[in-house]
Structures are given as structure tokens and as C-alpha cells.
Design a binder for this molecule. Structure first.
Ligand SMILES: *Cc1c(COP(=O)(O)O)cnc(C)c1O
Length: 397
């Protein structure tokens, strides 16, 4: 599909391959889990969690998501610029941003304070149409949103602006702090606070919908789905509950690979990479793979010496330190027959061919898979989009 190869036709040095068939599958899984009457908003902030917001948005809408969610006005405008007309919510802004183009483009805007509401209404006046606003309540995350003490005045100001025709209050919404622990009592506390915030808006004559659930709550707490759910990570096939590949109904969409630039023999006793943290115990074959921490492979991924890539049909260890631009793979004493320049080393993927997964990286790094996939970016990473091509991971290029 959108494989933007250069005219030379050369395969990418570094490829982040995104399978939109996996995205569609995941959105269908999420829809099936969603309570009757609730719509699905696919969250495509941070350029679709590093996967490409536009192709992911198209795939998600094809599979039955009816809303899209992003963080910034630029992200929202980029989707509109790509011709996507679906309802679209943008939720984190400075009050001195220019909201007129977003209002004109029919982008729903989250508002968390009277200053933000005033800025959005100013944009609406200049755009010549009412802004669609989602009033954000801080129900316990203590991040974005208006706290309970500030809620009455925000609702009052929004009701007045709505009466003036400057805005339409589309929703009252919030975000969960403990969604990945489905039985945590805070989920019910937050739902009750959201209901109270919504009730205050209804009592003021407004008729907003409610939304609260991210991916984890979409999969585990149908009682919190209200009118709309906002899954992000699961759209990309990464399990919000940490279930391993094979136990998760989701399918990871991204495969990160790079092509071997050099293969050579070194004698026993030679050290490899900066600081010589690894020394060859025998004569061995090394493969040099041109991807490093500038491309989203954290240095600390190999601090324990456990990083592996799928290359030449099997998992092989990365030896020595991860550098800015490259890693070195030990192919073993007999490895020279199995690996050649130009071969594709798979760093992580869905795991079907035995390659590591983003979850494996996250476990090794002591972080979450969200950080792994959003970290893969930069001018040297070529993102390619495939539709259902899941058979080539680890094969020779
Ligand atoms: C990122 C985000 C989501 C999606 O969260 P996931 O855990 O990826 O499902 C939903 N709502 C808000 C406000 C967010 O910032």
C-alpha cells in the first residue's frame, strides 16, 4: 500500500512495518467488548502511538470505530488535512492557541478551565460557528480536567456560552488512574465523580454524553463505558492487561526490522562495541545491524546482555553496547552460513515467528510497551504500511 520506497527500490535500512489488517482486527475485538449503545473512539495521538495516525485512523474507521481522539490541535488538523471527516476530539491545549481553524474544521475540543473555554469561544466567534466542547472533569487522576471545586463555575460559563450560540456542550468526560487494575476501588470512585459532574451539567440545562474508559477499561469494565470508549494501546495490538502473545485476543501491528550492513569473522578474545563489555569466547561471525538508540532502541535494553534479534531463521544475541546508530549481533562460530549482508533482522514484532515483542522489551526495560512503540521514530526509520502481510517477519530480504 503506502510503501514509500525511494526510486532506487532499495529495501529500507530500518523499517517500522505497520499491518493495518491487525489494526482492523483489534478494533473489531474492542467493538465486541464494548457495551451496547457505546461508540468507539480510536485514540491516534502521538502519530498513532508511533504507527502513523492517518493509516491507523482509516483502518480503525473501516473496522467500526466512529470517533478519533488526539492530544493536540496539530494532530487533529493533520487528520482533517488527510481528508478524514469523522468526529475527532483534541484534548490538551494551551489557552493562547488559535482555536478558530479547529472549530472551522469541526474538531471537538476538550476544555478544562474557564480560560480554555474563553479561548475556544473566541475561536468559535472568529470561525463563525459554535465550538463543540467536551468539559473535562478531574475525577481523581489529578492531571488534566477541572476539579470539583471549580466545576460549577465551568459548567455555568459553558451553559452561558451555549446559550449565546458560541459552543455546544457535547460531552462531560474524564480519564481513569487505575484502569489497568480492573477491580481497583478508585474506578468506582471516579465513575461516581463523573456522574456527579455530568448531573451538574444536566441540571444546568445541558445534554452532554459521558465518556471515561481507555483500552483497559474497554476490555474489562463494560459498566464504565457510558456513551463512548476511548481505547488507544489495544488498537495497536498491545495488551493493556499485559497478557502475553497467545493469550491476548489482540494482534501487535508493528514490526521493527533493520538490514544487515556487514558480516565478518572475528577471532576468539576480541572485544565488541564500546567498552568491550562482551568478548568473543571462540572465533565467531558478527552481523552489524544499522539501528541504535537514535532510532528507538534504548541503550539500557542490553544492559543485562539479554537483547536478541530474529536473524537468519533464529534468535541471536546482540553483543556489547547498543550504540547511537548500530548494534552487533553474534551469529556464532558457524553462523557465517546462515546470515548475509542485506538480511532482515527483526527487533520486535507480533511474535509469531519467534521474534521478541514490544512487551518483551518493556519487561526487560522495566517500562510499558506504550513507551517502546512511541519511541520508534525519526528520519532514519521508514514506516511502511502493509495489509495482512504477516508472513515475512525474519525472512531474508
Ligand atoms: C491516551 C489516552 C487514552 C487511551 O489510553 P490507552 O491506555 O492507550 O487505551 C484515552 N484517553 C485519554 C485522555 C488519553 O490521554
Amino acid at each position: 500500500m503506502a510503501d514509500l520506497r525511494p526510486a532506487s527500490g532499495a529495501a529500507a535500512r530500518i523499517e517500522a512495518r505497520v499491518d493495518v489488517a491487525a489494526v482492523r482486527h483489534n478494533v473489531r475485538v474492542l467493538r465486541a467488548a464494548t457495551a451496547p449503545g457505546a461508540a468507539v473512539m480510536a485514540v491516534v495521538k502521538a502519530d498513532g502511538y508511533g504507527h502513523g495516525a492517518v493509516p491507523v485512523a482509516h483502518a480503525a474507521l473501516d473496522a467500526g470505530a466512529t470517533w478519533l481522539g488526539v492530544c493536540t490541535l496539530d494532530e487533529a488538523m493533520a487528520l482533517r488535512g488527510a481528508g478524514i471527516t469523522a468526529p475527532l476530539l483534541s484534548w490538551l491545549h494551551l489557552p493562547d492557541e488559535d482555536f478558530a481553524p479547529a472549530v472551522a474544521a469541526g474538531i471537538d475540543l476538550s476544555v478544562a478551565s474557564r480560560a480554555h473555554l474563553a479561548a475556544v469561544c473566541d475561536g468559535a466567534r472568529r470561525a463563525g460557528r459554535a465550538a463543540r466542547v467536551h468539559l473535562k472533569a478531574d475525577t481523581g487522576l489529578s492531571r488534566n480536567g477541572a476539579v470539583a471545586a471549580d466545576w460549577p463555575e465551568l459548567v455555568d460559563a459553558a451553559a452561558k456560552a451555549a446559550a449565546e450560540g458560541e459552543c455546544e456542550v457535547v460531552a462531560v468526560w474524564s480519564h481513569l488512574a487505575h484502569a489497568d487494575t480492573p477491580g481497583h476501588p478508585m474506578l468506582d470512585v471516579q465513575a461516581a465523580r463523573l456522574n456527579a459532574a455530568w448531573r451538574a451539567a444536566v441540571d444546568r440545562g445541558l445534554a452532554p454524553i459521558r465518556h471515561l474508559a481507555n483500552a483497559a477499561a474497554t476490555l474489562t469494565r463494560p459498566d464504565l463505558h457510558f456513551d463512548l470508549v476511548r481505547p488507544g494501546i489495544a488498537v495497536y495490538g498491545l495488551d493493556p492487561l499485559g497478557r502475553p502473545v497467545g493469550q491476548s485476543p489482540l494482534r501487535p501491528a508493528m514490526t521493527l526490522a533493520a538490514r544487515v550492513v556487514l558480516v565478518k569473522r572475528i577471532p576468539a578474545g576480541e572485544g565488541v562495541s564500546y567498552g568491550h563489555e562482551w568478548t568473543a569466547a571462540t572465533d565467531t561471525t558478527l552481523a552489524l545491524v544499522p539501528i541504535g538508540y537514535a532510532d528507538g532502541v534504548p541503550r539500557r535494553l542490553n544492559f543485562g546482555g539479554r537483547m536478541q534479534v530474529l536473524l537468519g531463521g533464529r534468535l541471536r544475541p546482540v553483543v556489547g553496547r547498543v550504540c547511537m546508530d548500530q548494534v552487533v549481533v553474534d551469529c556464532g562460530p558457524g553462523g557465517g552460513d546462515a546470515v548475509a549482508v542485506g538480511d532482515r533482522a527483526v527487533l520486535f514484532g507480533p511474535g509469531d515467528a519467534g521474534e521478541p515483542t514490544a512487551q518483551d522489551w518493556a519487561d526487560e526495560l522495566g517500562t510499558i510497551h506504550y513507551e517502546v512503540v512511541t519511541g520508534v521514530h525519526g528520519a532514519r526509520v521508514r514506516r511502511t504500511v502493509v495489509d495482512g502481510d504477516d508472513a515475512t517477519a525474519g525472512r531474508r530480504a
